[in-house]
Write a protein that binds this ligand. Structure first.
Ligand SMILES: [Zn+2]
Length: 170
């Protein structure tokens, strides 16, 4: 939406413990099936965002199909999210997409990159950037962040666990 973002520095995405656990549970349940959904974010400061909530779609096979097929459940999730965060769109907004690579590397495939570029360049979506979080369950949650900005090269981001961030502050 309207997040201001300086693209020169690495985007940092903090994942709260409760969301990490939820993803771990979903990934365990899904096994070898690819699952995905949408990420709602909170802008903390500069290039630091926190995952506020996620939607989980366990059906549909290819995640590319999740992306712009705004099902009623996704629409409802956004409605509640915006309501709960008092429509402060500059602080709380769409952050991007996530999906799992249960049986291969966490880096985005050619298809993933193509889909994300189409998404950020789509005027109807209206996002001026989006992240792609790719996850898998390997003893615990492993994640990879890529940032997509229209007309900019693709940048890698950093996924931080909330416990680590809290520890750093002490
Ligand atoms: Zn993928």
């Amino acid at each position: 939406m309207c997040h201001y973002l300086r693209v020169k520095t690495v985007i940092k995405v903090i994942i709260p413990t409760i969301i990490k656990q939820r993803l771990e549970n979903e990934l365990k349940k899904a096994g070898n099936r690819e699952i995905g959904g949408i990420i709602m974010g909170e802008h903390i400061k500069d290039n630091t965002f926190r995952i506020y909530d996620i939607t989980v779609q366990t059906q549909g096979g290819s995640w590319a199909r999740f992306v712009r097929q705004l099902s009623n459940s996704v629409k409802n999730a956004f409605h509640h999210f915006f309501q709960k965060t008092h429509y402060q769109y500059t602080k709380y907004n769409y952050l991007g997409e996530w999906h799992s690579h249960p049986s291969f590397a966490l880096t985005p495939s050619q298809n993933d990159v193509q889909t994300m570029l189409e998404l950020v360049n789509d005027k109807n979506v209206g996002a001026n950037f989006a992240i792609l979080l790719i996850v898998k369950f390997d003893i615990e949650l492993k994640g990879d962040i890529t940032l997509f900005v229209p007309d900019y090269p693709i940048l890698k981001g950093e996924l931080l666990r909330e416990e680590e961030v809290a520890h750093e502050r002490k």
